[in-house]
Ligand binder design. Structure first.
Ligand code: PMP
Length: 360
C-alpha cells in the first residue's frame, strides 16, 4: 500500500513507523491480551505508558526540574480559557501579541475572563510578519505575555522569543512544538494540542513552571492546573490511546536523533519549498515575509484564483493531500510537520516546478 503525500495542517501525518508499531500492539499491549483502549488508566501498564511519555518529553525538550508536564483534554482551545482563569488575577492585565487567527481567538477568550491588552499586532500586514521584539508593548501590570510561536493558518513563525520581559511568557506552540531546540526556561508556560507534531488529537500538552500553579478555590476543579498537577494528569480518565501514541511519537523522535536532527530535517524540507517559490520568478508567491517564514506551514498563492484552483486540482490528482489553504484565507498551504518525510517535500517541489513549466 502506497502512503499518501500528506500535507494536512492537523490532524496531520504521523510517522509510518509509529502507526506500524501501534498496529502490531493493537490487540495485545504489553502481553496483557487487551488493547491499550481496554485497560484501566490506573493499571501498571498504563502508568508505564504515561510515565514514559512524560519522561521522553522532558528528555527531548530538556525541560528543567522546576516545570511540570501535564496531559490535558479540550485541545489548545481550552487553554485559551484555562490560562487566564488560572494566571490572570483581578487587578492585573494580560498582554497578547496578535500574529494570526489563533492568537485572536486566544485573546477573545481571555477578554471574557479579565483585562487584556494587545502588546503588538501584525494584522496590518495581513499577518505576514512577526512583530519585532523591541516593538512589544507589555502592560505595566501584566500578569503574562502571550504569543503564538507558529501561525498555522498564515505560515509565520517566531525565530527568537521575548527574553527581556519581566513577566512569564506563555506560548501556544500547537504547530511547532518539538520541531526544533528551544530553551524552555524562557517560558512560564508552553501549550500545544498534539495533533500536529506530537501525535493524534485528544491530548493537549501543558508545560508549566511550578510556581505558576496556584490554588484557586473558585475555579471548577477540571479547569484548575493544580488539580492536574496534584494528580499526575490522572485526576479523571485521560485520553489513553492518544497518550499511548504520543509516547510512540516521542520514542520515534528520540530514535531519529532528537531535536537537533529533527530541526536539521525541518530546515531542509522548508528550504526545498521556499526555494521553489523564490526561484519561480513570481509564478508562486509566498504569503509570509521571508524573515517571518514558518518551517512548518508553507503558505503561497499563484497568479490568480483560476490558476490556484487548477494547481490544487492537479496536485490532488497527483496524490498530494491537504494543500488547500485554510478556509479563512484561501490559497495553498503545505504543512510539513516532523512526520512528513523529506522525499514527500522533494516530490512536491518537483510537482510545483513541472506545473510551472506547463503553465508559462
Ligand atoms: N493554536 C494553534 C496555533 C493551532 O494551529 C490550533 C489548531 N489548528 C489551535 C490553537 C486550536 O487547537 P485545538 O483544535 O487543539 O483546540
Amino acid at each position: 500500500m502506497k502512503r499518501a503525500y500528506n500535507f494536512n495542517a492537523g490532524p496531520a501525518a504521523l510517522p509510518e513507523a509509529v502507526l506500524a508499531k501501534a498496529q502490531e500492539e493493537f490487540l495485545n499491549i504489553n502481553g496483557s491480551g487487551m488493547s491499550v483502549m481496554e485497560i484501566s488508566h490506573r493499571s501498571k501498564d498504563f502508568e508505564s505508558i504515561i510515565n514514559k511519555a512524560k519522561s521522553l518529553l522532558i528528555e527531548l525538550m530538556d525541560i528543567p526540574e522546576d516545570y511540570d508536564v501535564l496531559f490535558l483534554q479540550g485541545g489548545a482551545s481550552l487553554q485559551f480559557s484555562m490560562i487566564p482563569m488560572n494566571l490572570l488575577p483581578e487587578g492585573k492585565t494580560a498582554s497578547y501579541v496578535l500574529t494570526g487567527s489563533w492568537s485572536e481567538k486566544a485573546l477573545k477568550e481571555a477578554e471574557k475572563v479579565g483585562t487584556c491588552e494587545v502588546a503588538a499586532s501584525a494584522k496590518e500586514t495581513n499577518y505576514s510578519t512577526i512583530p519585532a521584539l523591541d516593538e512589544l508593548n507589555v502592560a505595566e501590570n501584566a500578569a503574562y505575555l502571550h504569543i503564538t510561536s507558529n501561525n498555522t493558518i498564515f505560515g509565520t513563525q517566531w525565530k527568537d522569543y521575548p527574553e527581556t520581559v519581566e513577566v512569564p511568557v506563555i506560548a501556544d506552540m500547537s504547530s511547532d512544538i518539538l520541531s526544533k531546540k528551544i530553551d524552555v526556561s524562557k517560558f512560564g508556560l508552553i501549550y500545544a494540542g498534539a495533533q500536529k507534531n506530537l501525535g493524534p488529537s485528544g491530548v493537549t500538552v501543558v508545560i508549566i513552571r511550578k510556581d505558576l500553579i496556584q490554588k484557586n478555590a473558585g475555579l471548577p476543579t477540571m479547569l484548575s492546573f493544580q488539580t492536574h498537577a496534584d494528580n499526575d494528569s490522572l485526576y479523571n480518565t485521560p485520553p489513553t490511546m492518544s497518550i499511548y501514541l504520543l509516547s510512540l511519537v516521542l520514542q520515534w523522535v528520540k530514535d531519529l536523533g532528537g531535536l537537533e536532527e529533527i530541526e536539521r530535517l525541518n530546515e531542509q524540507k522548508a528550504a526545498l519549498l521556499y526555494n521553489t517559490i523564490d526561484e519561480s520568478n513570481g509564478f508562486y508567491k509566498g504569503h509570509a515575509r521571508p524573515d517571518s517564514r514558518s518551517y512548518m506551514n508553507v503558505t503561497f498563492t499563484l497568479k490568480n484564483e483560476d490558476l490556484t484552483k487548477q494547481f490544487l486540482a492537479e496536485a490532488k490528482e497527483a496524490g498530494f493531500v491537504g494543500l488547500n489553504g485554510h478556509r479563512s484565507v484561501g490559497g495553498c498551504r503545505a504543512s510539513i510537520y516532523n512526520a512528513v518525510p523529506l522525499v514527500h517535500c522533494e516530490e512536491l517541489a518537483s510537482f510545483m516546478k513541472k506545473f510551472q513549466a506547463a503553465h508559462t
